[in-house]
Design a protein around this ligand. Sequence first.
Ligand code: GRF
Length: 206
Amino acid sequence: MHEANPNIAIFASGQGSNALALMDAFERRDLPATLALVLCNCEDAPVIQKAKDKGYPTVVVPHKGLPRVEHEAHVLETVEKAGISHILLAGYMRILTADFLTRFQATRGGHVLNIHPSLLPLFPGLHAAEQQWQAGVETAGATVHFVIPEVDAGPIILQRSLKVRGDEGAAGLGERIRSEIEHSLYPDAVQTFLDKLSPLAEKVSP
Ligand code: GRF
């Protein structure tokens, strides 16, 4: 069952440039959802301050020293408390286990989305911009997809590409992918996703 105006959480671990683009989108676009939480696993990640500056509820759920299953239990408890229906991974450097995904879906009925800096199924895994640079591709890109237990393998929601210039280097290519594609692609994909859910919500709402 889909609810109207669902609560959304962003999960991030680092700089949070994609998280910031999503926060901006929640402010500027008429998205049929509420950004209710920004969750981070690293206490000193810049994304936390970015979210605080914008007035969003933040929570740090540190993973250090905890078995994965215990950390995920804390994360699940946190999203349940905040009434989160859908999760947007934006540079969240933890793999979510099949168990977490199953439990989240069972209790919240929601979806988990991720953004990955390549044209999946090409170049999954870490350092995707560097992988593309090393491979000498002419076209690079980014993908927003649903998360399934297999890493970077879920159904694709949106993809966009750019032409590699050839002089930007691996780090420069990563920066181009972020600024020229990801920061608009992720909000567009979230809008597409939520717009598809809304008619369902209208049908099931009293
Ligand atoms: C992005 O390139 C995203 O595709 C990947 O991690 C990076 C996060 O960057 N999953 P930022 O923290 O959003 O700036």
